[in-house]
Design a protein around this ligand. Structure first.
Ligand code: SF4
Length: 91
């Protein structure tokens, strides 16, 4: 039976109304990160724009590493897990 819910493969958690509670948890996690390790807002948005266009994004999760893309992108020291990486660590 079709529940009417559709999975948006190329969406981040922030883009999916039915994932709002999970998104709020991820946002809380991101906001709890120390300023020293949290990605700057401009770089964060640039990273997520790349993820949104990536075939490995699957309903908010990166199929390459299993992370929520928003959580992975929020840390300066991480890079995209693809080879070669589609975005790099923040300097
Ligand atoms: S982290 Fe890299 S591989 Fe994963 S969804 Fe984003 S761009 Fe794609």
């Amino acid at each position: 039976m079709d529940s009417g819910a559709r999975i948006c493969r190329r969406c981040l958690l922030a883009d999916m109304a039915d994932r709002r509670p999970l998104y709020e948890l991820v946002r809380e996690y991101i906001e709890s990160l120390d300023e020293d390790i949290r990605t700057g807002e401009t770089v964060y948005r640039e990273r997520l724009a790349v993820c949104r266009a990536c075939e490995y994004l699957n309903a908010g999760t990166c199929a390459k590493c299993g992370c929520y893309a928003e959580a992975r992108a929020a840390k300066k020291y991480t890079s995209c897990p693809d080879v070669p990486p589609r975005w790099m660590t923040e300097k």
